[in-house]
Ligand binder design. Structure first.
Ligand SMILES: *Cc1c(COP(=O)(O)O)cnc(C)c1O
Length: 235
């Protein structure tokens, strides 16, 4: 008997492939990042056995605990996808393969220093507030080009692209507006000689909106509940 997790994974992978077909994109150009926050290690192991290799976590403490559990599985890696306080930079520098929520130079500096100490580098995504909501983290789109230039000072950070959370809404046009702003900003950065790193990656789309995000150029979709089921309690 197949576990619901495996059924969900097949379903999500199928929908990603369909969204790629609809928008004339190569299915290999979109990576599924399963978001395993609040999900216990046994379930993560099952997802690993079903082919998942990187998992997204939004809390550093939880990610560190899980990284310790999977220390014997070196090809299982972690992406930190949530807002980070500077004082947690050390842990991220130790355990993360990717960081999707870079939103200040203070944090860039702290991460860079810790990474230099560890002798490693880290793939990072600049978080953008594409909806303009005050509750959301991230830089405003206007701030990003200047920020991206300033990141040239931090050599352990490999800037890969941009990340956003679209407005949480049933109004498809509003959600699409967020993704469209990201695509425009991505193009702007690709043309900007001073920006550090490359801007091939767009980390956007969650359980409710990943197909739409793919139509607007997402290269990483961060999907939690559609794979692991609903999260009990707060997440
Ligand atoms: C929780 C979370 C997700 C996944 O959300 P789902 O709606 O469960 O797919 C994606 N991105 C971030 C930053 C998150 O915190």
């Amino acid at each position: 008997m197949e576990d619901p997790l495996q059924t969900n994974l097949k379903h999500v992978r199928g929908r990603i492939a369909s969204a790629c077909a609809r928008s004339g994109r190569d299915p290999g150009s979109v990576r599924l990042l399963p978001v395993s926050k609040t999900v216990p290690p046994e379930r993560i192991r099952l997802a690993y056995q079903s082919g998942c290799r990187m998992f997204g976590e939004n809390k550093v403490q939880e990610a560190a605990e899980k990284a310790a559990v999977f220390a014997d599985t070196p090809d299982l890696t972690w992406a930190i996808i949530g807002h980070l306080q500077t004082n947690k930079a050390k842990v991220v520098a130790e355990i993360a393969a990717e960081f999707h929520a870079l939103d200040s130079l203070k944090l860039a500096e702290a991460l860079d220093r810790r990474l230099q100490t560890e002798g490693r580098s880290l793939d990072v995504f600049i978080q953008v507030n594409s909806s303009g909501e005050e509750s959301k983290f991230g830089l405003s789109p206007e701030e990003v080009p200047g920020f991206a230039s300033a990141l040239r000072n931090y050599h352990a950070l490999r800037v890969r692209g941009l990340m956003t959370l679209a407005v949480f809404s049933d109004d498809r046009e509003q959600v699409a507006g967020c993704f469209d702003r990201m695509r425009t900003l991505q193009e702007r950065l690709r043309d900007c000689d001073r920006a550090a790193g490359s801007y091939h990656e767009l980390s956007m789309g969650m359980s409710g909106d990943y197909e739409l995000a793919i139509e607007y150029g997402a290269t990483v979709v961060r999907v939690g509940t559609a794979i692991f089921g609903s999260r009990r309690l707060s997440a």
